[in-house]
Write a protein that binds this ligand. Structure first.
Ligand code: GDP
Length: 369
């Protein structure tokens, strides 16, 4: 940074508690003022993101979510340039059925985190919003207080695309948020199964919120989701519900004990909390920090991230090969014929698949030569 903040010519006033814009150049500030009028160039995005400018971060994520080829191209360039600045965070997945108290919990939890000086980004994956226009995770009114917190950034789920596509966009958004200095990333989703697996594949720590007095089946939580959890918190442990919550906590502790030990070396924790009363929130955060310390020490933290990166790359290959295969004209023309043979028992499903793949490979080779 050139220049001294106390210098006469320095026109920026910095309010206490507001992020210091020390890394923003005068030139960049001038550009931000013109944001609405002028389209941003890639350098603007990078500079804006790196200096923690929330509007620019938001705009960049909008590009990631856009299906326009132009936007995608710009987004990919931005992501590539942000990658070297990413990774320095703890990524926490939070799930639970609608009504369990996720947004109330994240609001309290978020406040706790930002008050400690950390910067928090909350991204959501809501599969319901992709199927219909309606979203189970709700509209913009969720987490109102946190939205106004200068150290928090909240982004609702993209409303179109397949779960795989949305998961990819979320992974990319995580990179931008980290490059913008957010060192705690929460990925929120609802307890419906598939989206949990997607979130689990991109976070370091997975927190499951549950209610007392309702069995797993009643809460729609599949056993597999419980097995993914690094911690289970029984929410709404307040008033008359406190005792029930403590009993449920014991039941889940016993259930988790039956699971085989995790590769992380971590024993999943079970406890109670009340998002409304604010109890158990700091405990949840301490548990996450303990998990991070343990897994950083034993190497599992980095190992898991590497595995996630590899898995994400392989998934992308699968998806793109799949798309390319079915979009190939000769495959589109041959598929109905092979289907006919299949239905008339002239061919097995395996032989049919082999034939189509051979045709596809031949076509690829033809392109090459
Ligand atoms: P979400 O659908 O999982 O995001 O759940 P919400 O955060 O919207 O909460 C659903 C309802 O439960 C709201 O009416 C909240 O006020 C209430 N709620 C959330 N947490 C608690 C809690 O700890 N105790 C009690 N008594 N109510 C809660």
């Amino acid at each position: 940074m050139t220049g001294d903040k106390n210098h006469k010519g320095y026109s920026l006033k910095v309010n206490k508690g507001v992020e210091q814009p020390s890394s923003v150049s005068e030139e960049a500030l001038q550009r931000y003022k013109n944001i609405k009028q002028k389209p941003l160039i890639i350098d603007d995005y990078i500079e804006g993101i790196r200096s923690g400018h929330r509007t620019i971060l938001s705009k960049a994520i909008t590009l990631i979510e856009s299906s326009l080829p132009d936007h995608q191209e710009t987004a990919q360039e931005i992501i590539e340039r942000c990658v070297p600045f990413s990774g320095n965070s703890i990524r926490v997945g939070i799930t639970g059925v609608p009504g369990v108290g996720k947004s109330t919990f994240i609001e309290e939890f978020g406040k706790h985190i930002t008050q400690k000086g950390d910067k928090l980004a909350v991204l959501t994956i809501d599969p319901s919003s992709q199927r219909s226009k309606g979203s189970i995770l709700g509209d913009k009114t969720r987490m109102e207080l946190l939205s106004a917190d200068p150290n928090a950034f909240i982004r609702p789920s993209p409303s179109s695309g397949t779960l795989g596509g949305v998961a990819r966009k979320t992974r990319e958004s995580i990179i931008l948020c980290e490059a913008a200095g957010y060192n705690v990333i929460i990925i929120e989703t609802i307890g419906v199964g598939q989206s949990e697996t997607a979130v689990h594949s991109m976070v370091d720590f997975f927190l499951l919120l549950m209610l007392a007095g309702a069995g797993d089946e009643l809460q729609g939580i599949k056993r597999g989701i419980m097995e993914m959890a690094d911690a289970i918190f029984i929410n709404k442990a307040d008033g008359d519900n406190l005792e029930k919550a403590n009993i449920a906590s014991q039941v889940y502790k016993n259930a988790l004990h039956l699971l085989p030990p995790a590769e992380s070396g971590w024993t999943p924790m079970v406890d109670v909390c009340s998002a409304v009363a604010g109890t158990g929130i700091s405990n949840a955060w301490n548990i996450i920090l303990n998990y991070r310390d343990l897994t950083k020490k034993n190497g599992y933290f980095d190992k898991k991230r590497m595995l996630q990166l590899k898995q994400s790359m392989l998934e992308t290959i699968n998806r793109q090969l799949n798309e390319d295969f079915y979009n190939t004209p000769v495959i589109q023309a041959t598929l109905p014929q092979i289907e006919k043979q299949l239905f008339q028992s002239q061919i097995t499903s395996f032989a049919g698949a082999r034939k189509l793949i051979d045709i596809y490979i031949k076509k690829l080779k033809g392109q090459d030569g």
